[in-house]
Design a protein around this ligand. Structure first.
Ligand code: PLP
Length: 390
């Protein structure tokens, strides 16, 4: 047996784990024995996967894999340093140009993850003399970006544009920045983006939106909610991920050239972190090509979204077809875990989402749909939900 280090810290950890367990909030890792896809191998079982954000089924796409493999051969695995040192390659530059065309943006800047993009961009753009206005249900990475920026943070009630307007009217600051998810990650609802843009313009505030769950899902080209509403130019900074619909890892902001140039100077998660491997950039480039070219994929996802939301409504749940994320709220964490386990025994992988990811009392099952799901798989999930009688 290997020696155990750090008795003091171990006691802290055991105390923390016990407290989480007592409240039904302890989480565990579960290693997959397959690639992502509508069916996954887990713990010796084959399960229908409703837990992944691989909305278009591109994570294991042969075309995307081949692009990654070719770049892996040419550039090796690691990128060696941050992009500002020696980690930049022509593959990174090509992907940024490709994403800028996809987003109809002047410029794009890559980050190693959506988390890093949000934290780094907020920290680069605003500081202690500034104010950030943040939706109450924004993703944790935006919340952490507010913290790292040390700007005054005003949290407004979820999607409440009037409250946002009041907050803007009563909070002077050197710079003011409104931040919101476009598709909220735990509820699947959409931000009232047209109204938010209007309020920002009326009050001279800038706007940063997080399109993590919208990229590849919304808009004719699949560029997100801004594209769907024709607001690409009205939003100052649009953040998208390479890790959800695009099936890989990494993220980007789309903005004006000066914003991109400035964030590159200042964003600590970029300046002080090793660059994305070229293989992941090549994978994302291939995935963007598919997303833009193959609208049959998005059409299939939307057919699934409509079928599943109709089925949920027939079971008495409020479920609008707005995005690929469908929450089924069950209340207490233990109930959500029990429901998730019951679905598992019927061959379905559906995660229980608990505090602190969602507010107390709103623990839920979260269904994430994919273009790769068959109608039969969706109907299996609906039948299992009916049997649960929640
Ligand atoms: C997943 C997610 C992120 C983080 O993206 P990663 O690439 O996984 O780090 C950021 N914002 C939202 C809304 C997300 O759902």
């Amino acid at each position: 047996m290997s020696a155990r280090a750090g008795g003091v810290v171990t006691a802290w950890a055991e105390e923390g784990l016990d407290a989480l367990k007592a409240r039904g909030l302890r989480r565990y890792l579960e290693p997959l024995d397959s690639a992502q896809g509508p069916l996954v191998r887990l713990g010796g079982e084959t399960l229908v996967n409703f837990a992944s954000n691989d909305y278009l089924g591109l994570a294991a796409s042969p075309t995307v894999r081949a692009a990654a493999a070719a770049a892996l051969e040419a550039h090796g695995v690691g990128s060696g340093a941050s992009r500002l040192v020696v980690g930049d390659t022509s593959v990174h530059q090509r992907l940024e140009a490709r994403l800028a065309a996809f987003e109809h943006a002047e410029a794009v800047l890559l980050f190693n993850s959506g988390y890093a993009a949000n934290v780094g961009t907020l920290q680069a753009l605003v500081g202690p003399e500034d104010a950030v206005f943040s939706d109450a249900l924004n993703h944790a990475s935006l919340i952490d970006g507010c913290r790292l920026s040390r700007a005054r943070t005003v949290v407004y009630p979820h999607s409440d544009v009037e409250a946002l307007e009041r907050a803007l009217a009563s909070t002077p600051a050197r710079r003011r920045l409104v931040v919101t998810d476009t598709v909220f990650s735990m509820d699947g609802d959409l931000a009232p983006l047209r109204d938010i843009v209007q309020v920002c313009q009326a009050h001279g505030a800038a706007l940063l939106v997080d399109e993590a769950h919208a990229t590849g899902v919304l808009g004719e080209r699949g560029a997100g909610l801004c594209e769907a509403l024709g607001l690409e130019e009205a939003v100052d900074v649009r953040m998208g991920t390479l890790s959800k619909s695009l099936g890989g890892l990494g993220a980007y902001i789309a903005a004006s050239r000066p914003v991109v140039d400035f964030v590159l100077q200042r964003a600590r998660p970029l300046v002080y972190s090793t660059a994305l491997p070229a293989a992941l950039c090549a994978a994302a480039e291939a995935a963007v090509d598919i997303v833009e070219r193959d609208d049959a994929l998005r059409a299939r996802l939307w057919r699934n979204i409509h079928r599943f939301s109709k089925g949920l409504r027939e079971l008495g749940f409020a479920a609008e077809p707005r995005s690929a994320v469908f929450p089924v709220i069950v209340g207490e964490p233990e109930r959500a875990v029990a429901a998730s386990q019951a679905l598992r025994s019927r061959g379905l992988l559906v995660k229980a989402i608990r505090p602190p990811t969602v507010p107390e009392g709103t623990s839920r099952l979260r269904f994430c749909l994919s273009a790769a799901h068959t109608e039969g798989q969706l109907d299996l999930a609906l039948a299992a939900l009916r049997a649960l009688n929640l």
